[in-house]
Design a binder for this molecule. Structure first.
Ligand code: NDP
Ligand code: BG6
Length: 511
């Protein structure tokens, strides 16, 4: 392996502190699956290239598929090569030298004994120091089996080193199952050992919401009901349900995107300054936001929430099927693939300010952003000369084209007093000369470092479910107000969503 194969960017020198974790073993359950090969291993590889993996590190993949170490590694290598055709054998070999695979059923105690022996061997022969991260990357129906077997086999104990568990989303299917899962995991692991993942919190731009708000003095004085007309948070996806209907049919967009990603982003926008930049201080403030969501009731759902499902349409000139035509979707499915919610946070700061949240599959483009729309100036001084003033908007682009734009009015050069909206732009790519790291890189690194700031605490997960359950229950027990499908793939969603805007000067942003 040459130094050139490892990533060094002199332009970024000094930008990130070298946070190399202590030696450890990472055990991935569900290692034969999509997430492991498409996200987790590429993220580990990037950490390796940035010298951010522990010097003594082993990866143990566990799942039921009867494959050998070599087959496991070959599959990962092929996946990585698709992302990075330049990947050389020497780099791959040095990265994967301590990768292993164990086949076994998730409820078989013997599989945990074999794992325990292998982990001890790694500690002795490879210096992994008794530190273990267990990553649950299986479908959620086997989470409880794995957790209880980690408990009975003694692997959850922090005997020689640390023992941590990472739990993938979805964290429960509803409030009751989330409470049950919290209880099960807390019977075996202490809260400081538990890392509930929401990959949106690993996105650089989501983290930047805190830095932007609390490392500058210009934003906070205007970040409130006196100055903000409303907030829009959008997560638009071009992709359809793809091959995931098995999961999505029982999930729908509210469970898939709102309970976690959109609510977490809303917390970052709405929370009060925490007393410290530390996991529990930040999570305390996020929890207050989730608890402040004005409760939805069966009577108010139709006033505050709009659902939709995509029909056939066109995306980038290609004909695409409707949701009901996708593989494994019921022909009369009423699973929502679009939702828009008007959320009020009953706090001093945000009283009366609507947070308009929307997310959907098969919209015209992939784009996630937060837009803070400010109120009009109190006195329109130029009303005789200027026919139209647009509101000031601060747009925080989470992805793609990560950055921020402030839209404001300026005088058009000339002898008359005309105003026009212009943009002041910040782009990550331009300012830092490098793409932001993938969310899973940051989250895996933080977990190995024992930093839970970007992970969700059990009470947050429950508060988010509690707020959303009335809408989920109402939608699951009543027919849609307009028959599904009610938006074409490649459009911006059902027209009914406009009713959430209420005021003539509010419009859903076209991204
Ligand atoms: P997969 O469906 O690919 O499952 C992972 C592995 O789990 C499979 O390879 C399989 O391994 C095992 N498995 C599958 N179904 C069952 C079952 N019914 N009972 C027991 N074991 C089963 O999942 P992903 O890798 O896509 O996702 C893993 C986790 O990550 C899930 O919780 C998912 O919700 C979450 N997630 C995934 C994302 C993604 O992009 N893929 C994004 C965000 C979250 P074997 O048969 O060998 O045991
Ligand atoms: C996942 C959802 O959590 O997030 C998917 O299960 C969705 O349905 C994905 O496509 C979106 O993530 P990202 O990072 O592409 O915005």
């Amino acid at each position: 392996m040459t130094t050139a194969e490892l990533l060094v960017n002199p332009l970024r020198e000094g930008l990130s502190a070298n946070r190399v974790p202590a030696p450890c073993s990472l055990v991935i359950y569900g290692a034969s699956g999509d997430l492991t090969s498409r996200k987790l291993v590429p993220a580990l590889f990037n950490l390796y290239r940035k010298h951010l993996l522990p010097t003594s590190f082993s990866l143990i993949g566990v799942s039921r598929s009867p494959i050998s170490d070599d087959q496991f590694k070959q599959r990962l290598k092929e996946m990585l090569k698709q992302e990075d055709p330049e990947l050389t054998d020497s780099l791959w070999n040095s990265f994967s030298q301590n990768f292993h695979y164990l086949a076994g059923a998730y409820d078989d105690p013997k599989a945990y004994q074999s794992l325990s022996i292998l982990l001890d061997q790694k500690d002795q022969n490879n210096g992994t120091a008794g530190n273990r991260v267990f990553y649950l990357s299986t479908p959620p129906n086997v989470f409880e089996d794995i957790i209880s077997n980690l408990g009975t086999s003694g692997l959850a104990k922090e005997a020689k080193g640390y023992s941590r568990i990472v739990i993938e989303k979805p964290f429960g299917h509803d409030l009751d199952s989330a409470k049950e899962l919290n209880q099960k995991v807390q019977e075996v692991f202490k809260e400081h050992q538990i890392y509930r993942i929401d990959h949106y919190l690993g996105k650089e731009t989501v983290q930047n919401l805190l830095v932007m708000r609390f490392a500058n003095s210009i934003f906070e004085p205007i970040w409130n009901r006196e100055n903000v007309d409303h907030v829009q948070i959008t997560a638009a996806e071009e992709l359809g349900v793809g091959s995931r209907a098995g999961y999505y049919e029982s999930s729908g967009v509210l469970r898939d995107m709102f309970q976690n990603h959109l609510f977490q982003v809303m917390c970052m926008v709405g929370m009060e300054p925490p007393v410290a930049f530390e996991a529990n201080a930040i999570r305390d403030e996020k929890l207050k936001i989730l608890q402040s969501i004005r409760p939805f009731t069966p009577e108010t759902v139709s006033q505050f929430a709009v659902r939709g499902q995509y029909g056939p349409g066109f995306l980038a000139g290609q004909k695409v099927p409707g949701y009901r035509e996708e593989k494994d979707v019921k022909p009369q499915s009423t699973t929502p693939t679009y939702a828009a919610l008007k959320v009020f946070l009953d706090t001093w700061r945000w009283h009366g300010v609507p947070f308009l949240l929307r997310s959907a599959k098969r919209l015209p483009k992939r784009s996630t952003e937060v837009a803070i729309q400010f109120k009009e100036p109190p006195n329109l001084l130029f009303k005789d000369n200027v026919s139209h003033l647009s509101p000031n908007v601060l747009v925080i682009r989470i992805q793609p084209d990560e950055g921020m734009t402030l839209k404001f009015e300026t005088k058009v050069p000339g002898m008359t007093t005309e105003a026009r909206t212009v943009n002041m732009d910040f782009r990550y790519g331009t300012s830092f000369a490098e793409d932001a790291p993938e969310a899973y890189e940051r989250l895996l690194l933080d977990c190995m470092l024992g930093d839970a700031t970007l992970f969700i605490r059990g009470d947050e997960a429950e508060a988010a479910w509690k707020a959303l359950m009335p809408v989920i229950t109402h939608w699951e027990t009543t027919q849609p107000e307009t028959s599904f499908p009610n938006y074409e793939a490649g459009s911006w969603g059902p027209a009914e969503a406009d009713k959430l805007l209420e005021k003539p000067w509010r419009q859903w942003r076209r991204l």
